[in-house]
Design a protein around this ligand. Structure first.
Ligand SMILES: Nc1nc2c(c(=O)[nH]1)N[C@H]1C(S)=C(S)[C@@H](COP(=O)(O)O)O[C@H]1N2
Ligand SMILES: [Mo]
Length: 251
């Protein structure tokens, strides 16, 4: 994170402390507003969504015939230094793995889990899979329908043994992206770690070798190029809110 972000965080933290509000969104039942009026909109969205999806009802699924062309946007190659979210240290590791067909890829799952694990792609593919045709909605106003195949995040978290104090699942990518979702969305049946798209291997532009699909929220929450997952007992946001996006982006 660069200087402007740090300044912004101090500003947000200042707002929060002046309003006397603790920075612990996920530890409570509500997402963080940081005592910031603009963030109250997120809270309304979050509450409405939690009512609509009570009992984990599913986001709409579509027919194969409805699959549409999907642009690859944001980072399309973590190894390309001219892309806006480029991080040199991850780029090198990513490029090396990709050249080896991702045989050396490991998704680490750690934090509030009883068995911190580094999963290979082969191990993730051996777990029960789920295929779903869903609509991706970008905050920029476009949407597209695609078929995604992957392992439910719930199964991966259970394999690592979620501790009772777990509240948030934080995800890190091979670019600057990192984000968190609460356990409600993490355990949702349509929340998957996808390695397949439209019946093929997940293309690099769309997040190879592994991306999150969180179908209850806007597209930017579906992190591409997953690097690691940290289960936390408290809310943390080092990216979305500092970058000016809502933490909770329900659709
Ligand atoms: N790691 C990472 N994940 C990301 C992004 C990104 O730039 N880097 N862009 C996000 C945004 S804004 C959107 S709309 C989708 C785009 O996914 P697509 O390229 O498969 O269409 O990925 C999301 N996940
Ligand atoms: Mo987006």
């Amino acid at each position: 994170m660069g200087e402007p972000t740090i300044a912004r965080r101090r500003f947000i933290t200042g707002l929060a402390s002046s309003a006397g509000i603790a920075l612990a969104g996920c530890a409570r039942t509500d997402p963080p507003t940081y005592g910031n009026l603009l963030r109250m909109g997120d809270l309304v969205n979050y509450k409405a969504q939690r009512l609509l999806f009570a009992g984990h009802s599913l986001a709409p699924q579509y027919d194969r015939s409805e699959i549409s062309a999907a642009p690859a946007i944001g980072t399309t190659d973590p190894a390309n230094s001219s892309q806006p979210f480029f991080v040199a240290e991850h780029a090198e590791a990513y490029d090396r793995m990709r050249k080896g067909g991702f045989a050396d890829y490991r998704l680490t799952v750690e934090g509030s889990v009883s068995r911190p694990t580094a999963f290979s792609l082969a191990e993730l593919m051996q777990m029960p899979s789920r295929t779903q045709i869903t609509r991706h909605t970008c905050e920029e106003g476009w949407s597209s329908i695609a078929e995604w195949t992957g392992v439910p995040l719930k199964l991966v978290l259970e394999a690592a043994g979620i501790e009772p104090d777990a509240r948030c699942v934080q995800l890190y990518a091979y670019d600057r992206f990192e984000d968190s979702i609460d356990l409600f969305d993490a355990l949702h049946p349509q929340t998957i770690l996808a390695y397949g798209m439209n019946g093929r291997e997940l293309p690099r532009g769309h997040g190879a070798p592994l991306r999150l699909r969180v179908e209850t929220q806007l597209g930017y929450k579906s992190l591409k190029f997953l690097r690691s997952i940290v289960v936390r007992n408290e809310f943390r946001d080092d990216w979305t809110i500092p970058a000016g996006w809502s933490w909770y982006a329900g659709i």
